[in-house]
Design a protein around this ligand. Structure first.
Ligand SMILES: Nc1ncnc2c1ncn2[C@@H]1O[C@H](COP(=O)(O)OP(=O)(O)OP(=O)(O)O)[C@@H](O)[C@H]1O
Ligand SMILES: [Mg+2]
Length: 112
């Protein structure tokens, strides 16, 4: 299993969720985040306004997946989240050791 963690523009969250659902993803977590990238917050446009602050509003998405879905999921996020402008975000992938569905006690792939 892998964790795919993506930092995206907030207005892309629904597009990304739909793209992930379409490839068979059944669960994910989204959180509000504050991002700092190469522009250091100075030149990004958010809701039509230039953000003259250090941290820019972002959404963080976390999805734990069986290995065979990871490549598709990364591509789905890339395509759905891309505007083609600075601040489109990043995707990180890391290993996950275990998962549990609390209601049933199912483990690992069965728990996703
Ligand atoms: N190395 C990093 N580790 C963790 N989060 C990061 C890292 N780099 C960027 N981020 C997060 O990703 C967000 C979006 O990054 P962003 O797309 O602005 O990247 P960038 O490297 O500045 O590229 P670009 O020039 O396309 O804007 C940042 O606001 C921050 O939340
Ligand atoms: Mg940037």
């Amino acid at each position: 299993m892998k964790m795919v963690m993506a930092i995206i523009k907030p207005h892309k969250l629904d597009d990304v969720r739909e793209a992930l659902t379409a490839i068979g993803v059944e669960g994910l977590t989204a959180s509000e985040a504050r991002g700092y990238g190469r522009q250091k917050g100075h030149t990004e446009i958010y809701r039509g306004a230039e953000y003259a602050i250090t941290f820019v509003p972002k959404v963080k998405i976390e999805i734990v997946l069986p290995d065979n879905l990871v490549e598709n999921a990364v591509e789905a996020i890339e395509n759905a989240a891309r505007v083609g402008k600075i601040g489109d975000g990043k995707i990180f992938v890391y290993d996950v050791n275990s998962a549990v569905r609390i209601r049933t006690g199912e483990r690992d792939d069965e728990a996703l």
